[in-house]
Ligand binder design. Structure first.
Ligand code: NAD
Ligand code: ZN
Length: 341
């Protein structure tokens, strides 16, 4: 078992990797606790949940909405939740983002914790205290920075994760290595076949490593004023791909990382050799590197996100494996790259 600490403005958060969902009771406060989960997670692992009031949402991005958050507020009120209550999110990134958002806003904020059940949630979404919901498909438009009291990453739960969802998790793992750890990138290259099937020892190593990278970046810049922006590698393009195609988050980020790497070559920041290594690893991990949709449509989606971005955007370029650079560029520069190459 490994414990990683993240100290944010809202307090300290512990990411506990290797703990079991069955032991959750010892982490819960002696107040009223309410569980938020999704139907898949409940169906597979509900027998390990503590016997507490539970609200089950529809699986997938569709539940990361203000409408579902509203239903949850009503449910909490009906169930007699108060300011001292505690919310426990048990699920993937969607449940963590939603449960964290509801907990942070209900009665001006109640304490909360997560049991992260997908690989993507364990290595990324559950760590760092960013919570939020989407509006009309635009990602994370409404949200909060607020640290969970704890995050339990039970590696055993990943046994039931569909293959596709593994791959989604690997997209964020690769992202973390591109930002900060060329050795880990090499480790993935060398162990790729073993990694594609459920292997608890390897997975625990990866989750610890990846969560540590995320935690240290968040620790340095919780409110995303500088360093934390690097975690958005592949996400500027990726979020627009996700909105336009409805493809999963991890796969969209994979497409976004390829875009970012190609753009970085164009800018003279990245060597072709490193770009090829990235393409290889994504292909080996069965992650997409391109899509059939016209890039102009993706750009339209990206620029419609103007409320968030303005006319310029903090774009994350690659300078090598394990080295990225945040640069503010005009949206027109992205357009130019798409049109002319
Ligand atoms: N807050 C952050 O910092 C942050 C970071 C990265 C991603 N995210 C968000 O996370 C979301 C993606 O997370 P995700 O990929 O976990 O999606 P998800 O929560 O939709 O989970 C993927 C699928 O796996 C199922 N599932 C989860 N755990 C399972 C298990 N143990 N066994 C069987 N099935 C299981 C879910 O029901 C769902 O169908 C996106 O909305 C993304 O924006 C947030
Ligand atoms: Zn992401």
């Amino acid at each position: 078992m490994e414990i990683i600490k993240v100290t944010g403005l809202s307090g300290e958060s512990q990411v506990i990797i290797g703990e079991l969902l069955e032991n959750i009771g010892s982490y819960l406060p002696k107040t009223k606790v309410f569980i938020i989960t999704d139907e898949n997670v409940k169906a597979y692992h509900g027998d390990k949940f503590p016997d507490l009031p539970t609200y089950c949402v529809e699986p997938g991005e569709v539940s990361k909405s203000l409408e579902v958050a509203g239903e949850l507020y009503y449910w909490l009120l009906e169930m007699g939740a108060d300011r001292k209550s505690f919310i426990l999110g048990i699920g993937g990134g969607v449940v963590c983002d939603l449960a964290g958002f509801v907990a942070s806003t209900f009665m001006r904020g109640v304490d909360f914790g997560f049991v992260a059940t997908s690989l993507l949630a364990q290595v990324d979404a559950s760590v760092g205290g960013k919570n939020g919901v989407n509006i009309s498909g635009y990602k994370n438009i409404v949200g909060t920075f607020n640290q969970p009291k704890f995050v339990i990453c039970d590696i055993q739960l990943l046994k039931t994760l569909p293959h596709e969802e593994y791959l989604n998790g690997f997209a964020e793992i690769v992202k973390h290595t591109l930002i900060a750890d060329s050795e880990m990138f090499k480790f993935i290259e060398e162990n790729i076949d073993a990694l594609k099937v459920y292997n608890p020892i390897l997975l625990e190593k990866l989750v610890i490593h990846s969560a540590k990278i995320k935690a240290s970046i968040v620790q340095a810049d919780e409110r995303e004023k500088g360093e934390r922006k690097k975690l958005n590698l592949g996400h500027t393009w990726g979020h627009a791909v996700e909105r336009e195609t409805g493809m999963s988050h991890g796969k969209s980020v994979s497409v976004g990382m390829e875009f970012s790497a190609r753009f970085s070559i164009k800018k003279g920041l990245l060597e072709k050799r490193d770009y090829m290594r990235l393409l290889n690893i994504l292909r080996e991990l069965e992650l997409p590197i391109c899509i059939k949709v016209n890039p102009r449509r993706i750009f339209e989606a990206l620029s419609k996100d103007k409320k968030k971005n303005g006319d310029a955007i903090d774009f994350i370029f690659m300078k090598g494996i394990g080295n990225v650079k945040v640069e503010r560029i005009a949206l027109d520069k992205i357009k130019e790259f798409i049109e002319i190459g």
